[in-house]
Ligand binder design. Structure first.
Ligand SMILES: [Zn+2]
Length: 156
């Protein structure tokens, strides 16, 4: 079972970098990365220390509905290469554990799938949840701050 770890929607990323609105309709804040702990949701790597970054609200769901959580994310301020590699991306190796949750095709939490998982078990647990049949994707969030990290699907 091969997993795909998705970079954040590129159209939204391009738009926010160009000064467009975040999920709350505001322009992104500009900051300078402190290095580790500042994960970019496009390249799925920590933004290097001293490099310009954006802080913005993101809602990784297609429409407003009760389960469409909105929260803070970071992006490299300048264009970066969206994650397209195999394996587990670097931003899922920096914390001891992550919160994983399965969602249905209509973007609702599939209750019973939410679990805080040790970083070494992220891929294994995601594959287990995705094999259920009623789960369309698994979202990975910070286990401590609840910030959205990345989305996982089964590779086509
Ligand atoms: Zn980046």
């Amino acid at each position: 079972m091969t997993l795909t770890f998705h970079p954040y929607d590129q159209t939204f990323v391009d738009d926010v970098r160009a000064g467009g609105p975040d999920a709350y309709g505001r322009p992104a804040e500009h900051a300078v990365s402190a290095g580790p702990g500042n994960p970019c949701r496009s390249c799925l790597r920590d933004i290097p220390e001293g490099v310009q970054m954006l802080i913005l609200a993101a809602r990784p769901f297609p429409e407003m509905q009760p389960y469409a959580e909105t929260g803070p994310v970071f992006l490299c301020a300048d264009a970066c290469r969206p994650w397209a590699d195999g394996g587990v991306p670097p931003i899922l190796t920096t914390s001891p554990d992550y919160l994983l949750k399965g969602y249905s095709a209509d973007h609702r939490i599939v209750y019973g799938t939410g679990q805080v998982v040790d970083r070494d078990r992220v891929a294994k647990y995601a594959a287990e949840v995705l094999s259920r049949g009623d789960v369309a994707y698994v979202d990975v969030r910070s286990a401590r701050n609840n910030c959205f990290q990345t989305r996982i699907t089964l590779a086509p």
